[in-house]
Ligand binder design. Structure first.
Ligand SMILES: [Zn+2]
Length: 173
């Protein structure tokens, strides 16, 4: 049995500006144990994260951003929803680029972050099956941002400079 209640309602997104939220956001999440959840609970959990991300106009959301100590994130890029459980980046391309990032847990702040343009990733899908994928471009960037979240790392740790307000057409994750 899961010790969390899942439903498909929009959840409150934790903010770095709140001391108690910041502690959660700075913790590395626990592995997602599929044996603790029913299929229905997993479906509802993913749906709740998608609804919350959409309501906040974000393109990515990690479980600890809604207070759940679980290694799971969702991302929606080019109309495709990705829900990745227990993700692990196994290889980063040496080729990097810079792009402005924002974060749903860091209100109004933006910064330019340097990241690999290609990543190789392992993890599990919502059915618990192992996945092994390679991602490029925006998908690679968003996945790196979300996996950082699951390890308690925020974009402000990596940005050369953090500023108020967007300078580019960045997305919030
Ligand atoms: Zn974020």
């Amino acid at each position: 049995m899961a010790n969390i209640t899942t439903d498909t309602m929009e959840k409150r997104i934790l903010s770095i500006e709140n001391k108690e939220d910041a502690i959660v956001l700075r913790q590395k999440t626990a592995p997602f144990d599929f044996s603790r959840f029913t299929k229905k609970e997993i479906t509802e959990l993913v749906r709740a994260m998608r609804v919350t991300m959409k309501a906040a106009s974000g393109i990515g959301l990690a479980a600890n951003q809604i207070g759940l100590n679980l290694s799971l994130f969702v991302a929606k890029i080019d109309r495709k929803l990705h829900a990745v459980f227990n993700p692990k980046i196994t290889r980063f391309s040496p080729d990097e680029d810079e792009m402005e990032e924002g974060c749903l847990s860091i209100p109004k702040k933006y910064g330019i972050v340097r990241r690999s343009t290609v990543i190789w990733l392992t993890g599990q899908n919502a059915q618990g099956q192992k996945i092994k994928v390679k991602h490029f471009g925006l998908l690679a960037r968003v996945f790196q941002h979300e996996i950082d979240h699951l390890n308690g790392i925020l974009f402000i740790d990596k940005a050369k400079e953090v500023y108020e307000g967007k300078r580019e057409n960045g997305n919030a994750e």
